[in-house]
Design a protein around this ligand. Structure first.
Ligand SMILES: NC(=O)C1=CN([C@@H]2O[C@H](COP(=O)(O)OP(=O)(O)OC[C@H]3O[C@@H](n4cnc5c(N)ncnc54)[C@H](OP(=O)(O)O)[C@@H]3O)[C@@H](O)[C@H]2O)C=CC1
Ligand SMILES: N[C@@H](CC=O)C(=O)O
Ligand code: NA
Length: 437
């Protein structure tokens, strides 16, 4: 009789790993009914043994080292939830080369070392699934790889970092200090071990690199992605956005233009009527436009123990079904092309500028002159606040520009910062779309 169980090796028993352990136990009957197999965690690699004890895991399940898992013939599936690049990358590669199937949530590793690991999966005729690496519980990887595979994908725009969306939501709804909200996100288990990756945009950059690679069938790595985080966002910017009919979101944007791939992560003014504007808190959403399907959007919790565990166990169950049907390793190295990446200086977009300038005659004319010299045309101006800086009366100026080449905007800003009449350029935020008039 065919073995009725599938052996699993679990690497990491932290936020997500413990969630996977709990989900496999809580939904054991449903999972076995849907796969025809009992999923059994044979070994766990976790250096903080208190986490195992708190879950009532018997000591004999804890592996002394990775070899106990990689060399165990009863371990058919390895779940990597250690975080960071090493040793996860090495363990994943070793498992795949040995023909063990792997599931991970590790976007750092998948984004930076995908090519190497897909080649290892092909060599080992093993499945390598990473649904949890982007959008947490949202099945966006499966949707792009399978359900939307018939489309020429035109653009992917995502709110793909739960920590920063949670921070921006609370800043706009409660006017809470950035540091207070970041601490709350860490306590909730949303943030990375090093939250800099979240707030500086690097986590979102890894995720859009993965999505763009699949959507445009090309290799995009985090090094290709222009990334800017949310640390410069001030309450004034949130209020001006609201007044102008926008919200501020950390957007991950990927488009293909005539064979070139545009891929960037930065805070953006998004019209309040855009579907992504309604995405609040730790929720993520990925808006995908394909030439056949048109506009679609997928929404759910992008971080957190159980939503992420849901994606992990879903991948494990798909691997079990593949084992049963003899279709493991179906995605050998996809024929990824190497399409050129559009340099950030070549994008055309609108900008929000917030400047502190001397409150004197002809100052505005001077600023308009510099912008005009760099083909930057002003669409609207707000000046309603003055403040005293070093005993001098200054005015806060907010400008929205028409679309302009990024390089021209950056050149203009360099000149503006040198003007004696400009106290400071407080913030520059790209604008995506038009608010409803
Ligand atoms: N948290 C979330 O909502 C989401 C997380 N992810 C990804 O999932 C992965 C896991 O995240 P998360 O569970 O939050 O991270 P945690 O830091 O909570 O868990 C990682 C666990 O692995 C342990 N560990 C790390 N390195 C080793 C090692 N070399 N040997 C043994 N144990 C080790 C850690 O121990 P110690 O505590 O001692 O470091 C910790 O217990 C990451 O790649 C993350 O990016 C993806 C989507 C959502
Ligand atoms: N720190 C990440 C966790 C999920 O990938 C986030 O906040 O989205
Ligand atoms: Na996902």
């Amino acid at each position: 009789m065919k073995d009725s169980s599938i052996g699993i090796g679990l690497l990491g028993l932290g936020t997500v790993g413990s969630g996977v352990y709990k989900l496999l136990r809580e939904n054991e009957l449903q999972i076995s009914q849907r796969t025809g197999k009992r999923l059994e965690i044979k070994k766990i690699l976790e250096r903080d043994q208190k986490k195992a004890f708190s879950l009532g895991i018997p000591p004999e399940v804890l592996a002394e080292n990775i070899e106990e898992i990689l060399d165990d013939p009863e371990v058919q599936i390895v779940i990597e939830l250690l975080g960071g690049i090493e040793p996860g990358r090495t363990y994943i590669r070793q498992a795949l080369c040995q023909g063990k199937h792997v599931v991970t949530a590790n976007k750092d590793v998948v984004a930076a070392h995908g090519r190497e690991l897909f080649e290892a999966a092909a060599a080992g005729k093993a499945d390598f699934y990473f649904e949890a690496s982007v959008g947490g519980g949202i099945p966006v990887i499966h949707i792009l790889k399978e359900n939307l595979a018939a489309n020429k994908i035109e653009e992917v725009i995502g709110i793909v970092n739960g920590t920063t969306n949670y921070i921006l939501t609370r800043m706009s709804e409660e006017n809470v200090e950035f540091s207070t909200v970041l601490q709350a996100a860490q306590e909730a288990g949303y943030a990375e071990a090093d939250p800099t990756a979240d707030i500086e945009g690097d986590d979102a950059a890894r995720k859009i690199a993965i999505l763009a690679s699949i959507a445009f069938n090309t290799r995009v790595t985090p090094a290709n992605v222009f990334a800017e985080g949310i640390t410069r966002i001030a309450p004034e910017d949130v209020n001006y956005a609201q007044e102008l009919g926008y919200v501020i979101k950390l957007l991950a944007i990927a488009r293909e233009h005539n064979g070139e791939v545009e891929v960037r992560v930065h805070p953006a003014f998004l019209p309040q009527q855009h579907p992504l504007s309604a995405v609040m808190g730790v929720f993520n959403a990925i808006y995908i436009c394909g030439n056949a399907v048109g506009e679609t959007m997928f929404y759910g919790k992008g971080a957190g123990q159980m939503p992420t565990a849901s994606a992990i166990v879903g991948d494990v169950m798909e691997i079990v079904r593949n084992l049963e049907s003899g279709s493991s390793g179906r995605f050998p190295c996809s024929c990824y092309l190497d399409k050129p990446i559009l340099p950030i200086g070549h994008i055309h977009t609108k900008y929000y500028l917030r400047l502190i300038v001397k409150d004197k005659p002809r100052v505005m004319a001077g600023i308009a002159g510099v912008l005009g010299d760099h083909q930057v045309s002003i669409a609207s101006v707000i000046q309603k606040r003055t403040l005293i800086v070093k005993d001098e009366t200054m005015a806060e100026i907010v400008l929205i520009t028409h679309k302009v080449l990024e390089q021209d905007m950056q050149d203009a800003l360099a000149v503006l910062k040198g003007l004696s009449t400009v106290g400071s350029v407080e913030n520059v935020i790209r604008v995506e779309g038009e608010p409803k008039s």
